[in-house]
Design a binder for this molecule. Structure first.
Ligand SMILES: *Cc1c(COP(=O)(O)O)cnc(C)c1O
Length: 486
């Protein structure tokens, strides 16, 4: 206790000369910070260990997690995070190294990065991979920056990127961030790219077509070879948004479909953790012609040792500090090694079987937006339920009461009242049957006692929040007074 008191009272001058003293008013010597932003005191409670543990355990139960519940979030592949990955990423040799350490001391880590680059090349058919980008969106930014530089080096002025209307929002955002004009191509009645409309849009100004295949409706783009031929005939490139490559692992490769640049979300396809914007890894691969444009450094192997290569001729430079989200990369590599080629193929098959099982079992009650065999996800539409007074949002909120995370809602934008469900390959039949039972039950509730659905969730500590207000006027400051009112 005496020791604790001493610590509490200890004054720790930091580099800027500020005095931080627990429980003691802070001073602001240079008046650098406006008064309003300074804490008057740091409230440190004198609770005992048991109370603190109970407090945080209780808070943790308010979190929705994959370890506790089913999480069928379409397009975002929230599959389980194998615990062995955590164990491996936490090995001293991986988590105890420093990014500035001499390369001779970190050969094991470099070998892992090299092997992961190689195995991703094998999986996608690309020539070379960079592990630097730390999210899908950053992978896209890296890929489209490469495409921009490639056209510049060739001396061709190209100003447009074509993106389908079903695309993930990051695709048009990336094209704009890289200075291109985004042109939208419509989907046809089968949910695929309208080839005739694409042909009309293609001209010499098009730098690339950005595609997801299977697309965000969960459908395989059957005309992909024709699309590839069309864009290449205009001197443009084909970009693959492989955020969710899980349904095609071991079945086909982006290279066979004619793609030139590929990003993979390791945090979706290869089971590493994600959520709230990170930590992720959006590894980026390219065909031989683009290999010298990748960000530096990449890891190369020479005479049985591994080192960073900064000498790529046309490199776009760095896209982040150091070498990627290293501990995420360790987890992805562990997952790939553990499954092996046969296991990855089974994962792909299971992801497709699971989504189609849900599609067939639910299609009598919920409209299927595009009623065809799907890949890893199925887009339902709550149009019928909406006509009876309960929207996709209401159904999603009611699912929370049943311990299920809401699916992705109102996306893709071209489907009304969309509920985009991805069960993932790692869920068993019992979990899927339970989900089906609950979706049937919610549909019954809409007919018999709609307030159960309209007023949901009933069992959470926070009810429906005003999401628009939360986005426009975020209240990011904690106050004891506000917190006690909740
Ligand atoms: C998730 C996703 C992205 C973006 O990935 P982030 O890691 O969230 O930036 C891009 N495209 C598709 C199809 C996705 O599902």
């Amino acid at each position: 206790m005496a020791e604790e008191k001493k610590n509490n009272a200890k004054e720790i001058p930091d580099k800027t000369g500020y005095i931080i003293a627990a429980g003691v008013p802070l001073i602001n010597p240079g008046n650098i910070f406006p008064e309003g932003f300074l804490r008057k005191e740091i409230p440190i409670s004198d609770s005992g260990e048991l109370e603190v543990i109970r407090h945080y355990s209780r808070l943790s139960k308010n979190n929705f997690s994959l370890d506790a519940n089913f999480y069928p979030l379409g397009s975002c592949t929230m599959k389980y995070n194998p615990k062995i990955n955590e164990y491996l990423a936490n090995l001293e040799g991986f988590c105890g190294i420093h990014p500035c350490q001499d390369q001779r001391d970190t050969q094991g880590a470099l070998e892992l990065l090299y092997n992961l680059q190689q195995v991703l090349c094998e999986i996608t058919g690309m020539k070379r991979f960079s592990l630097e980008p730390s999210s899908g969106a950053q992978g896209e930014f890296t890929g489209i920056s490469i495409i921009r530089k490639y056209h510049q080096v060739k001396g061709s002025k190209k100003t447009k990127i074509i993106v389908p209307d079903s695309a993930h929002g990051t695709n048009p955002a990336t094209a704009s961030m890289c200075g291109f004009e985004t042109i939208t191509v419509e989907s046809d009645s089968r949910g695929l790219i309208d080839i005739n409309k694409l042909e009309q849009l293609l001209d010499d100004d098009v730098a690339a077509v950005m595609l997801t295949n299977p697309n965000t409706l969960g459908l395989f783009e059957k005309n992909i070879l024709e699309i590839s031929r069309l864009i290449h005939s205009k001197g443009g490139l084909l970009y693959y948004d492989g955020a969710n490559f899980n349904p095609l692992l071991g079945i086909t490769k982006p290279s066979l479909m004619g793609f030139d640049v590929v990003h993979l979300n390791l945090h979706k396809t290869f089971s590493t953790p994600h959520g709230t914007g990170g930590p992720g890894a959006g590894a980026l691969g390219v065909v031989e012609e683009l290999a010298d444009f990748l960000p530096v450094p990449i890891v190369v192997k020479k005479d049985q040792s591994f080192y960073f290569d900064y000498s790529l001729k046309h490199s776009i430079g760095r896209v982040r500090s150091f070498y990627g989200n290293f501990s995420v990369l360790v987890r992805a590599y562990a997952y790939i090694l553990r499954l092996g080629a046969q296991g990855l193929l089974r994962a792909a098959q299971n992801s497709v079987i699971n989504a189609n099982y849900l599609r067939v079992k639910l299609q009598l009650l919920y409209e299927v937006a595009y009623p065809f065999i799907c890949m890893h996800e199925v887009v339902l539409s709550a149009q019928r339920q909406k006509e009876k007074g309960a929207s996709a949002l209401d159904i999603s909120k009611r699912l929370i009461d049943y311990g299920i995370h809401p699916p992705t809602m109102y996306f893709p934008l071209i489907v009304k009242e969309a509920l985009m469900v991805e069960p993932t390959e790692t869920e068993n039949k019992k979990t899927l049957d339970n989900f089906i039972r609950i979706m049937v039950e919610i549909n019954n509730e809409i007919d018999t006692d709609i307030s159960k659905v309209k007023d949901a969730p009933h069992r959470t500590s926070v009810k429906r929040v005003d999401e628009v207000r939360a986005a426009r006027f975020p209240d990011l400051k904690w106050s004891a007074e506000k917190s006690s009112k909740q």
